[in-house]
Design a protein around this ligand. Structure first.
Ligand code: ADP
Ligand code: 5GP
Length: 198
């Protein structure tokens, strides 16, 4: 059976990954979001099993030892990881899976699963990134500065990705990603049995 597409979306904090993924998922019910595990505290309104699986550090570490993550990384002092079993199950049954993960995680996934599609979300400018982070209002001033500082290094990693999508207008960014998905599915190497019906 034809495997599903593994879509990996990353980029600096505040670039709009969450916003874009939410809209992409609302408009494409065939895409499955992989819910990550994290040791960070839930933000107001975040729901267990929907936004993240919120775990104690000990539990997270035991899952690492048991090999239950496809990848995991420490991001801004907390652990984040992609539970492996569900992702592989969906891909193997032909369903598309979306990972919204940080750059370290994306590069690890690229090593293990080079057949994935790696998309980097760029903000229109660093000033706009700062104002989006401020506008979101979820970070302390210190945490925000840390995220901005990281963003300057992270942006350089765009060259390791397959696609760079500018998030100026959310709708346009989502459309671009939908076009990428369509084009990737038409690639010959993803359609080994293309001539079977002829
Ligand atoms: P990330 O998931 O990359 O950290 P978010 O999706 O949380 O970023 O977006 C950060 C903030 O910027 C949010 O308040 C969001 O509403 C806002 N935002 C996202 N995309 C845009 C956009 N294209 N134009 C204006 N504001 C945006
Ligand atoms: P936040 O705390 O703002 O939800 O996420 C912080 C960062 O962690 C974001 O860049 C987000 O993409 C990343 N992240 C979320 N889940 C995972 C994951 O499973 N693995 C990795 N490596 N990063 C993740």
């Amino acid at each position: 059976m034809k495997k599903g597409l593994l879509l990996v979306i990353s980029g600096p904090s505040g670039a709009g990954k969450g916003t874009i993924c939410k809209s992409l998922l609302e408009q494409n019910s065939n895409i499955n979001l992989s819910v990550s595990a994290t040791t960070r505290e839930p933000r107001p309104g975040e729901v267990e099993g929907v936004n993240y699986y919120f775990l104690e550090k000990e539990k997270f570490k035991s899952m690492i030892v048991e090999g239950e993550f496809l990848e995991h990384a420490e991001v801004y002092g907390n652990y984040y990881g992609t539970p492996k079993a569900k992702v592989m199950e969906k891909l193997n049954s032909g369903e598309d899976v979306l990972l919204e993960i940080d750059i370290q995680g994306a590069l690890k996934v690229k090593e293990i699963y080079p057949n994935g599609v790696f998309i980097f979300i760029l903000p229109p400018s660093m000033e706009e990134l700062k104002s989006r982070l401020e506008g979101r209002g979820t970070e302390t001033k210190e945490a925000m500065l840390r995220r901005m500082e990281s963003a300057y290094h992270e942006i350089e990693y765009v060259f390791k990705y397959d696609y760079a999508v500018l998030n100026d207008k959310v709708d346009l960014a989502v459309k671009t990603i939908e076009s990428i998905i369509e084009a990737e599915k038409a690639r010959v190497h993803r359609q080994e049995n293309i001539l079977e019906e002829f």
